[in-house]
Ligand binder design. Structure first.
Ligand code: BG6
Length: 512
């Protein structure tokens, strides 16, 4: 999806397409290094990049946390995280190089001395490791802590670029605010210190190979694009379903809910990629322009009662195992009205998509873990077979399977073998696992590499974030004023109201 135009420090000549992009000399500081995200995703992804030869030998990782750790403790922690979670094999040579760049600074976000020490550490890395004055700061911490960290970065001079052609970048994780207003506040805070081009917002769905393939499939082929418009498409269903409950994430999730957690970002980004026009190039600004157009053309139906649904999982059985209801999960408020399921109908008011509903649904403790985009076509205007022959023929569909079983399915009608003419639905499948021998990199590998290389088409920009909230805010407000989420049993596809929402339009949800 990206053409990769790395900055001047990069080792890579952008005209040479044979070589992969390699991050320039640089260091990364992770705030929140002891958290789940860093341990399970970020650190292993960095090791994997290093193992694939995509990080510069000078690459250095500095952890900042409130732990009474020496450098050996930190190294042990990182080794353990890599051994447990890395995608690629353990390699002593990679580890030797990677571990030589590990640094740890102990401190809290209030502690100015620790930040001074961090500034010292970062400076030393330039001399001892050759990080070239290039440093990125990953805020893998709750947004409430951002203001403190950002002001400490400024106070300690860590955000100063110390010269031309050197970078200081900030990488932030969603949630990017909890509504439009707070998203703007967050942006003001970050933009007070880092420019938009140096601000990288991670939406890990955009780092998934299958999500990037939406654009490859649409814009590198001739056979799909002519059909993707209101002449042929009946509707689009975007599903992101999970089997898991909220586990130990009550502190983050309760009061936030499924719509803020994944609809505002992952689902609306999937919608934008599915509906956008062809960008002039795959450079960041051209991709952003097209996504912004889609997001600004989103329209909510007037009657949100019949066009949306929210639910909350109850106790029950999932895959033969008894699981707790949301309200019985640890640290959840007994009266919580937080939704663990959300569904919403939207329109994209452009000539291409006029009148085509886009249905989004997402939830925890659903039938199975699956993310897919199903483009469901209209019936042919005329079918020259009698009704009985086509009883088993549904609508043609193009399904992009984001996960698991990554690939694409085309559903169409075919003659059933035998005398007479009976037509029934069949599918034609492309699976990544069959077509390619190499494993797909993890989303965080791609995104961390792009952030360090300064390549940003895969990161939502501030305008996209704001447009998404602008769409979702009235829905959240509406849900806040209604009776709250409807219960649904684990292992099902959500509450009754989700079925009713589709029935209202004479349609049904797919069972993926
Ligand atoms: C995260 C959400 O962004 O995505 C989680 O905060 C969710 O609630 C997760 O479980 C799902 O990611 P994936 O890659 O497993 O589909």
């Amino acid at each position: 999806m990206s053409t990769h135009q790395p900055p001047s420090q990069s080792l890579h000549d952008p005209r040479d397409k044979r070589l992969p992009v390699i991050a320039p000399p640089c260091g990364l500081v992770i705030f929140g290094i002891t958290g789940d995200l860093a341990r399970k995703k970020l650190v292993p992804a960095l090791y994997d990049l290093s193992n694939r030869g995509l990080l510069h030998p000078s690459f250095s990782l500095t952890g900042f946390a409130r732990r009474d750790w020496g450098s050996q403790d930190f190294e042990d922690f990182i080794r353990d995280s890599v051994k447990k979670n890395a995608r690629t094999d353990w390699d002593e040579n990679t580890w030797e190089q990677f571990s030589a760049g590990l640094r740890f600074v102990a401190g809290s976000f209030d502690d100015s001395e620790s930040f001074d020490q961090l500034a010292q550490t970062v400076k030393e890395l330039d001399h001892t490791r050759g990080t070239g004055g290039n440093h990125a700061f990953y805020l893998a911490i709750p947004p409430a802590a951002f203001p403190k960290v950002v002001s400490q970065l400024v106070r300690s001079g860590l955000n100063d670029e110390w010269g031309e052609d050197r970078f200081r970048r900030v990488i932030v994780e969603k949630p990017f605010g909890h509504d439009l207003e707070s998203a703007k506040e967050l942006s003001n805070l970050l933009h007070g210190v880092f420019s938009e081009k140096d601000t990288f917002r991670i939406d890990h769905y955009l780092g998934k190979e299958t999500v990037q393939n939406i654009l490859a499939m649409r814009f590198s082929n001739i056979m799909f694009e002519p059909l993707l418009n209101s002449n042929y498409v009946d509707h689009v269903q975007i599903t992101m379903a999970e089997e898991i409950g909220i586990g130990t994430r009550a502190g983050y999730y309760d009061g936030i809910g499924q719509a803020r957690d994944v609809m505002q970002n992952h689902l609306l980004q999937l919608l934008a990629l599915t509906a956008m026009e062809e960008p002039v190039t795959f450079g960041a600004s051209d991709v952003h322009v097209e996504k912004e157009k889609v997001l600004s053309a989103l329209r909510l139906p007037k009657d949100l009662e019949s066009a949306s649904a929210i639910g909350q999982y109850t106790a029950g059985y999932q895959g033969g195992e008894h699981v707790r209801g949301y309200l019985e999960e640890d640290n959840i408020d007994q009266n919580s009205r937080t939704e663990t399921f959300a569904a919403l109908k939207l329109f994209v008011d452009t000539r291409r998509w006029a009148g085509v509903p886009f249905y989004l649904r997402t939830g925890k403790r659903l039938g199975k873990r699956v993310t897919e985009i199903a483009i469901v076509f209209k019936r042919a205007a005329h079918i020259p077979f009698d009704k009985e022959s086509t009883e088993e023929l549904g609508n043609n569909a193009l399904v992009i399977r984001v996960q698991p079983f990554e690939g694409v399915t085309i559903r169409f009608g075919s003659k059933v073998p035998g005398v007479g003419m009976r037509v029934r639905d069949v599918t034609m499948d492309f699976g990544y696992g069959h077509a390619f021998t190499e494993d797909s990199p993890e989303a965080y590998e791609r995104l961390l590499l792009d952030a360090l290389a300064g390549d940003s088409p895969l990161f939502p920009n501030q305008r996209e974030v704001e447009l998404s909230w602008q769409t979702l805010d009235p829905v959240l407000k509406y849900w806040g004023q209604t009776g709250g989420p409807q219960p649904y049993r684990p292992g099902t596809w959500g509450p009754e109201s989700a079925e009713q929402m589709m029935a209202h339009d004479g349609r049904t949800w797919r069972i993926p």
